[in-house]
Design a protein around this ligand. Structure first.
Ligand code: 3PG
Length: 400
């Protein structure tokens, strides 16, 4: 983007593919981190006199307009952050978008409606995606990719559109890639990785890679129960992916062979009922050793002994990467594990990276100072796929 700004963008229509996929409670944004992260790119372009068209997806609507997934709240928040009026187009490539863009003066910003309201955005069919990208290309003269959270998606606005316009990477993508390079090419040991979140299947490929790179892998959250089951423990009605047990078993054997510590929870907060996340009524749970979860209970957070154990494994790390909450942090009674890991990262003298929409949001929602971490990534799946060593379509499209 610096080269683009040096060339001059005054009067040019610049399409910024952002990731404004923020968590919403109705129309209230509960964490605006992703909007704040892309704001500098938008502000710089506007200051330089560009006519800025901001586009993003939000949620996973079914390829047609759906008011529950409107980008209107995100557009309003962007306007507040920029301290300027931000125009809003109620469609993506239709009359509203065309008129809104045509009405932009130099230095003004518009947001167009959720790209996923058009089936062409996410289509697996190259021609259908290409046709949507052609229409998006008519709105703009230049493309800036800055939606790091979506670069792992081969979608029209991420992958096909940059091929149709002169293009550049924005500040956010440049920063995110710089940080992830530190975790792949130049990582400092001890390198500790903390993985949480619900599904073990989302993390298999990254664990596979990390078994050759990390010194310690700490596993919590819903995914831990598949590991505990693979060790022969009873996990009650906890989240479990039985079909992944053979893979997980192989990983545990490989970790041992490679001298990598794979650390599992030693105690668990378990309950017979999932907590009410709306009322946040006090939860009814017991603390049990991880090999003694009763058959009628599910694990919902790591217990106090595990929190201490994980903190001790993080304490001397030179590098820490954390992805995924350790428990149901949205309920105060099950937020302790996630808080303990966040605090352990803050206490660590090493370089700390929080990756993932959920863990990044958790850190902010639980009241931690986001600037105290080395880096908080805006990309969940994107940062994991980068660490897996995959080619990310949205980065490949910008690289030429
Ligand atoms: C995310 O939240 O990880 C990104 O915005 C991508 O969203 P998606 O998983 O719906 O493609």
């Amino acid at each position: 983007i610096d080269e683009l700004l040096a060339e001059g963008v005054a009067g040019k229509r610049v399409f910024v593919r952002a990731d404004l996929n923020v968590p919403l409670d109705g129309t209230t944004i509960t964490d605006d981190g992703r909007i704040r992260a892309v704001q500098p790119t938008i502000a710089k372009l506007a200051e330089a006199g560009a006519r800025v068209i901001v586009a993003s997806h939000l949620g996973r609507p079914a390829g047609a307009p759906d008011p529950a997934f409107s980008l209107a709240p995100a557009a309003a928040r962007l306007g507040e952050l920029l301290g300027a009026d931000v125009a809003f187009a109620t469609d993506t490539v239709g009359t509203s978008a065309q008129e809104t863009v045509a009405g932009l003066a130099d230095g003004q910003v518009a947001v167009i409606e959720n790209l996923r309201f058009n089936a062409g955005e996410t289509s697996k069919d190259d021609a259908e995606r290409g046709a949507f990208a052609d229409r998006l290309a008519q709105l703009a003269d230049v493309y800036v990719g800055d939606g790091f959270g979506a670069v792992h998606r081969k979608h029209a606005s991420v992958y096909d559109l940059p091929a149709r316009l002169p293009h550049a990477a924005g500040h956010l993508i440049a920063t995110e890639v710089g940080v992830l390079k530190k975790l792949t090419d130049e990582v400092k040991s001890p390198y500790v990785v903390v993985l949480g979140g619900a599904k073990v299947s989302d993390k298999l490929a990254v664990i596979d890679q990390l078994l050759g790179k990390a010194d310690r892998i700490l596993i919590g959250g819903g995914m831990a129960y598949t590991f505990l089951k693979a060790q022969g423990h009873e996990v009650g009605i906890s989240l479990l992916q039985e079909d992944q047990i053979p893979t997980v078993t192989e990983y545990m054997q490989r970790a041992e062979k490679n001298g990598i510590e794979l650390v599992l929870p030693v105690d668990i907060l378990a309950s017979g009922e999932f907590p009410d996340l709306k009322t946040k009524a006090p939860a009814d749970f017991i603390t049990v050793d991880a090999d003694k979860i009763p058959s009628d209970k599910e694990g919902l957070d790591i217990g106090p002994k595990t929190r201490e154990l994980f903190a001790s494994k993080i304490a001397d790390a030179e590098t820490v990467f954390w992805n995924g909450p350790l428990g149901v942090f949205e309920h105060p009674d099950y937020a302790g594990g996630t808080k303990a890991v966040a605090q352990a990262l803050l206490d660590s003298p090493g370089y700390t990276v929080v990756g993932g929409g959920d863990s990044a949001a958790a850190v902010r929602i639980l009241g931690f100072d986001e600037n105290a971490f080395g880096h908080i990534s805006t990309g969940g799946g994107a940062s994991l796929e980068y660490l897996e060593g995959k080619t990310l379509p949205g980065l490949a499209a910008l690289e030429d």
